[in-house]
Design a protein around this ligand. Structure first.
Ligand SMILES: Cc1ncc(COP(=O)(O)O)c(C=O)c1O
Length: 457
């Protein structure tokens, strides 16, 4: 038997694969090991405190240790720790959670389909879209349109909808028929002094051109996050979704809103769809659905889609799709309790109360020589790091400015989500105004250190 290394860090290096990371660097440097959480703070194995400006992976909405949810999980495990919802069986908490989700849905929705992750919710939605168009007698409607730089998950279908080149590189993805329209980042992609409305019109025209080139009769659905998260926390420019939705309606294309990040108060409404007036046919959600404490996702579908799905299940004999842990009693019990907590604390009201502090503190950083722009809404947003503010010119990648900012932030007890040239923020939805100011203070120290290093080199 091989001898295992005795330190936890060495054991990690010897045994774990870390998603979305350079494997060689991880082998050489090892991880930061988090051992404890309290509110919006986490602590590593040396006891160092970090303010988590990204809520982990946009998900720990109630912070990093919630005893009330732990008790619910424990009680549910003792009561009935597992029972599925396949075929003719069900369980209490899955039923109650589905009903609650339909009650708070951003637009009228008919049914809820549970999975265990955001990726699976979007993957499921792809199948449902295809089932739907088959049921409508239009099986040629197969193509799915996502957006460049968007992220919808890591399963093969969800990666295909995603517009991230690194996820497609030499992987055989995206699958045929998965197309991508433009990246709606006004700051980075505006042309020749166009206004935001003009930019949005160009984005919509470009989507329409793609649909016409492909043949509208072959396009099944369009996917979008209300605020594009892993694409850089990009807030949609003025008029964007109004113009995009007009194109979708013109060609009768289904719209799936990916609320995996934006759901549950993140944008200052219960749903990003409400903040940006989206009228989706399906909504995928996860993450803050269980405050990030249990792996659960849900896909809501409207009556139009459900009727199509039913027709198809009649044709095939049943709906040939499902996951063993979908609607799991423990995950649904924890999600149900999470939604209760959101009601009690008025999560939407709280986000709206602290939003002015968040926006003011982050906008003030636009005065920093490294920062070109801040754009945010509710408790989500991003700073764009630039070398030249007037030209909006980024630092060359070899300077690794963004990496330096991340490392300096860790030094000052702050965990940041860095995406390209952007610093994205999605702190836990329980963050207070004072904690937001503390987050900005630590960030400013990191930016100052980085600027000093950049000037020296
Ligand atoms: C918008 C969006 N959709 C889907 C996913 C995938 O969710 P999961 O990692 O739970 O599969 C993510 C993950 O960050 C996401 O941000």
């Amino acid at each position: 038997m091989t001898q295992l290394p005795n330190s936890l860090r060495a054991l990690d290096q010897a045994s774990l694969i870390h998603p979305q990371s350079n494997l060689r660097t991880r082998l050489e440097e090892g991880p930061t090991i988090m051992t404890r959480g309290n509110g919006i703070f986490v602590y590593d194995d040396a006891g160092k405190e970090y303010l988590e400006a990204a809520a982990g992976l946009w998900c720990a909405s109630l912070g990093f240790g919630v005893e009330r949810l732990a008790k619910v999980a424990y009680d549910q495990m003792c009561k009935v720790g597992y029972y599925h919802i396949y075929r003719d069986t069900s369980n209490e908490t899955a039923i109650e959670l589905a009903a609650k989700l339909l009650e708070i849905a951003p637009v009228p929705m008919s049914k809820v389909f549970f999975q265990c992750s955001g990726s699976e919710a979007n993957d499921t939605a792809v199948k449902i879209v295809w089932y739907y168009w088959h049921a409508m007698g239009k099986p040629e409607r197969k193509k799915i349109i996502g957006r460049l730089h968007a992220y919808h998950g890591s399963t093969c279908a969800a990666s295909s909808i995603s517009g991230k080149p690194d996820m497609h590189f030499e992987s055989g993805l995206p699958f045929n028929g998965f197309l991508h329209t433009e990246y709606p980042n006004y700051y980075r992609c505006q042309q020749g002094g166009e206004s935001e409305e003009e930019f949005s019109s160009r984005m919509a025209a470009s989507l329409e051109q793609l649909i016409l080139e492909e043949g509208p009769e072959t396009v099944a659905a369009f996917w979008a996050e209300p605020v594009m998260g892993a694409g850089g926390a990009v807030i949609p420019p003025a008029g964007y979704f109004e113009k995009i939705q007009a194109v979708l309606q013109k060609y009768d294309i289904l719209f799936v809103a990916d609320e995996v990040i934006c759901g549950f108060g993140r944008t200052g409404n219960m749903w990003g769809s409400q903040t940006f007036s989206l009228k989706p046919d399906m909504v995928s959600c996860a993450k803050a659905l269980s405050a990030g404490l249990q792996p659960i996702s849900a896909l809501m579908l409207n009556e139009r889609v459900f009727q199509g799905l039913m027709t198809q299940s009649d044709k095939v004999g049943h709906l040939a799709h499902g996951y063993t842990y979908a609607g799991h009693p423990v995950t649904t019990a924890v999600a149900l309790e999470t939604l209760k907590i959101y009601d009690e604390m008025d999560v939407v009201g709280h986000v709206r109360n602290v939003e002015p502090t968040f926006v003011a503190e982050m906008t003030a950083l636009e005065d920093h020589p490294l920062i070109g722009e801040f754009r945010g809404i509710g408790l989500i947003g991003a700073l764009e790091v630039v070398k030249d503010k007037t030209a909006r010119e980024p630092y060359p990648s070899e300077t690794n400015v963004i990496g330096l900012i991340g490392a300096n932030a860790r030094k000052h007890g702050l965990i940041l989500r860095l995406i390209g040239n952007r610093i994205a923020f999605s702190p836990p939805q329980i963050i207070s105004s004072a904690e937001i100011s503390e987050m900005a203070k630590r960030l400013k120290l990191a930016l100052d250190d980085t600027y000093t290093q950049v000037r020296v080199n």
